[in-house]
Structures are given as structure tokens and as C-alpha cells.
Ligand binder design. Structure first.
Ligand SMILES: Cc1cc2nc3c(=O)[nH]c(=O)nc-3n(C[C@H](O)[C@H](O)[C@H](O)COP(=O)(O)OP(=O)(O)OC[C@H]3O[C@@H](n4cnc5c(N)ncnc54)[C@H](O)[C@@H]3O)c2cc1C
Length: 403
């Protein structure tokens, strides 16, 4: 068994864990981030880098390097509702430096964050380290036990951060109670080729019984097709040709390409979870991001919230960690600051699940969709409000690095 000592051990190299690692190392705290995969190249993640994250990158003085990574910037989004285009969120009036959303595959974003963080000698990222258990002394968490290709690894730390996503092992091992809010939808995730003649960026295509989200990844569309919770077997039972036809119905310009879906292996099920922890922490440990509050894909806000949690965490614990005087009050303060914004967004997501998505999927929501389209077309304040809620939320600002 290899044993390492550090001040903060972060489990999970997703948006929450990598940003927390970067900020803590910048603030002079020794950090080890453990990531169970060998790279960041996984496809189940969203691609949206929100204005709040761009603001953070700006405050950290890294906007030029960020801008050099291939990406698409959009300052407003359109939807197609019942066959007609309607304007969606409009980011142009936001109170942030970048009044846009950057669309960048998440692995590129995480590579960028890793490059920035590695400039600090106090930052260490260990890939292929799968956290299996926690080390304890009495009631206090004192470290992490992980499996690596080189054998078992123990990392001892003043603080363990569970940033290991919505199936968090850290949260379970710490015995933190999870409240399952529930979600009536799941998502089928697939790629379809993109042609120059395709319509410009439309975020969502919504029709009766159908909802398709399309993310522009340059040469292909990353598509998310909403289905009822647990509805995959029913979709499969109707057969792949029927599924291809449904896609072509909702987005006719894809008709000549749905054959790219050669088998069900080309279509991945992403189970949607909405939950939150009653308490995010116990002595020596805190959970942030999806590990503390798994978000629905509605609004594409999960990455945003996870990163803002990381900023709030670093702001509160960096100094006590540097001076090895972290208390439970510091951890409780992080939850107190970040729980309300997460709960607000979850309430909104649940309302949209119940009053819009469930109705659409059940074939009942035509009038509501018409109303939504009417409201989006005629209320510019609503488009700005949605952009602010989704793109900024409760903004956390980074503290200056210590001299
Ligand atoms: C279908 C779908 C689409 C979505 N689309 C969007 C979107 O467009 N925009 C958006 O903002 N949000 C989106 N979300 C939500 C978003 O993906 C999450 O909210 C966000 O990724 C949370 O970040 P995180 O860092 O907390 O967790 P994660 O991104 O889940 O990262 C957790 C990391 O921990 C690692 N890990 C897990 N277990 C261990 C372990 N035992 N040991 C070591 N490492 C471990 C994982 O490999 C992973 O790298 C979507 C979610 C779903 C389900």
C-alpha cells in the first residue's frame, strides 16, 4: 500500500473537483485530485460553459488561453416549438464580462483546467485512482482508500472533498443521507452527422410527444432525445427503424442521416437523477457538485452549479486549510451558502418536468407549448430572465491569490 499525505484530497476530476483543485492550489493549499478514469474523454457530459464559468476564468486571468481552445460561442439560443422557431434565452444583457455561452466538449474544458492547475506545484492529479473507501479516526474522516493500477493507495488529508458525481461513492461511504427528488424523464444520447446545409444552432426541437436537444459539435450533432422514465424497453420494442422515423419526423433535415444509427449500441441511455443531500458534510469531509445535488439536464445548469460550489468551497476553506485549523463550521458555511441556489434550480426543474415535459411526452401539452412559444416571442424580459437564471445564478467571485 502506498501512502500519501496532503492537505485536501478531492475525489473526482469532473468540473467541481478540477476547479476546486485549481483554486485551492492557487490559494497555497496542497491538493491531490483522484480521478478513476484514465482520461477525461467521456461522452455523457454536457458541453455548456456558462457565462458564470467564463467570468471565473476571466477573474483567474486565463480567458485568452481558454479562448484558444476550439469552441463555439452563442449569445442567444433558439427553440423550435410545434414546427416554428421561437427565441430562447438571450445572454446579451448579462452583468458578466462574457455575455455568451461557450460550447466546448467537456473533455477539452477539463484538459484546459488541468493545464492551468498543474502550473501550481501544490496541485497533483492522479488518474486511474478509484476511491473505494474512506479512512476514519473516531467520527472524523481522515483520508481516502483508492485502487490504482500500481496497487492500493491511501491518501491522508485534513479534508476530503467528494466531487465524484451523482453516483458518489464518497457520499455513500460517509453515510450522508440522500433525498431522492425523482425525475419522470430519461435521455437517449446519440451522435448524428452534421452538414453545412443544416439549420443554424437550434437548442431544442419540441413537438407533441417529442423533445430533441441538439448540441453543435462542429462535424456532428450530439443529440439528446427525451423519453419517459424507464421507457427504453418500450422504445426498443418498437424497433430501430421506428425510432429513426421519429427522429426524422421531429427534425426532417436529419432524415438522410438517421441510418448512422446502425444499432442500439449507437444510442446510450442516460438515467436522469434529481436528488440532494440533507447534510453535505461531516467532520473532515464535504460533498459538492452532483455528489451533493444531482441535477436534471433541464436548463443545462449542472456544470454551472458544480463549479460555483467549488468556488464557494475554496473561498471558505483555503485559509483554514493552509493554517490546518479547519472546523465543522467552515463546512457548514459552504452548505449554507450553496444549498439555496441548488434547491431553487431543482424546484424549477421539477416544475418543468411536471408541467411541461411529462405533458409533452404524454401527448397532452399542445396548448402549453403554444403558450410557451407565445411568451418567448413576446416577452424579451423572460428570455433575459431565463438567461440569467441558467447562465449566472448566484455568482461566486474568486478571492485574490495570497502574495
Ligand atoms: C443527460 C445529461 C445531460 C447533461 N447536460 C448538461 C449540460 O449540457 N450542461 C450542464 O451544465 N449540465 C449538464 N448535465 C449535468 C452535468 O453533467 C452535471 O451536473 C455535472 O457534470 C456535475 O459535475 P460534477 O463535477 O459534480 O460531477 P461529474 O461531472 O459527474 O464528475 C464526477 C467525476 O468523478 C469521477 N469519479 C466517480 N467516482 C469516482 C471514484 N470512486 N473515484 C475517483 N473518481 C470518481 C468521475 O469519473 C467523474 O470524472 C447533464 C446531465 C445529464 C444526465
Amino acid at each position: 500500500m502506498t501512502t500519501l499525505e496532503t492537505t485536501c484530497c478531492i475525489v473526482g476530476g469532473g468540473p467541481a473537483g478540477m476547479i476546486a483543485g485549481w483554486l485551492l492550489a492557487r490559494a497555497g493549499v496542497d491538493v491531490i485530485v483522484l480521478e478513476k478514469h484514465a482520461d477525461f474523454f467521456r461522452d455523457f457530459r454536457g458541453d455548456t460553459i456558462h457565462p458564470s464559468t467564463l467570468e471565473l476564468v476571466y477573474e483567474l486571468g486565463a480567458l485568452d488561453e481558454f479562448s484558444a481552445v476550439p469552441q463555439t460561442r452563442i449569445d442567444h439560443l433558439d427553440l423550435q416549438i410545434l414546427g416554428e422557431r421561437a427565441p430562447g434565452p438571450d445572454f446579451r444583457d448579462l452583468p458578466t464580462h462574457c455575455k455568451e455561452v461557450a460550447l466546448m466538449p467537456q473533455w477539452d474544458f477539463l484538459d484546459f483546467v488541468a493545464r492551468q492547475a498543474k502550473r501550481y506545484s501544490r496541485f497533483r492529479l492522479i488518474m486511474e485512482a478509484d476511491c473505494e473507501d474512506l479512512a476514519t479516526e473516531g467520527d472524523r474522516i481522515t483520508g481516502v482508500l483508492a485502487r490504482t493500477p500500481d496497487g492500493p493507495l491511501e491518501v491522508r488529508a485534513d479534508l476530503v472533498v467528494g466531487a465524484d458525481g451523482r453516483h458518489s461513492n464518497v457520499r455513500d461511504r460517509a453515510g450522508l443521507r440522500r433525498i431522492d427528488v425523482g425525475a419522470p424523464i430519461d435521455v437517449l444520447w446519440m451522435k448524428l452527422p452534421k452538414l453545412p446545409s443544416d439549420p443554424s444552432q437550434v437548442l431544442g426541437i419540441i413537438a407533441v410527444q417529442q423533445f430533441l436537444v441538439m448540441l453543435d459539435r462542429g462535424t456532428y450533432w450530439q443529440c439528446a432525445y427525451l423519453i419517459e422514465k424507464g421507457g427504453t424497453d418500450a422504445v426498443k420494442a418498437r424497433g430501430l427503424p421506428a425510432f429513426r422515423r421519429r427522429l426524422a419526423e421531429i427534425a426532417p433535415f436529419l432524415d438522410d442521416r438517421t441510418s448512422a444509427l446502425a444499432s442500439w449500441d449507437d444510442i446510450k441511455l442516460l438515467t436522469v437523477v434529481v436528488d440532494r443531500l440533507e447534510r453535505w458534510w461531516r467532520a473532515g469531509l464535504i460533498c459538492i457538485g452532483d455528489a451533493a445535488h444531482a441535477m436534471s439536464p433541464v436548463g443545462g445548469v449542472g456544470i454551472n452549479l458544480a463549479i460555483q460550489d467549488a468556488v464557494a468551497l475554496a473561498n471558505r476553506v483555503a485559509e483554514p486549510l493552509r493554517e490546518h485549523r479547519l472546523t465543522d463550521d467552515d463546512l457548514a458555511a459552504v452548505q449554507a451558502r450553496r444549498e439555496a441556489p441548488a434547491r431553487r434550480i431543482q424546484r424549477l426543474q421539477v416544475a418543468i418536468h411536471e408541467h411541461v415535459l411529462e405533458q409533452i411526452l404524454a401527448g397532452r401539452g399542445k396548448f402549453r407549448l403554444w403558450l410557451v412559444r407565445f411568451a418567448l416571442r413576446h416577452a424579451s424580459w423572460l428570455r433575459r430572465k431565463i438567461a440569467n437564471t441558467v447562465g449566472v445564478g448566484q455568482l461566486e467571485h474568486v478571492q485574490p491569490a495570497p502574495a
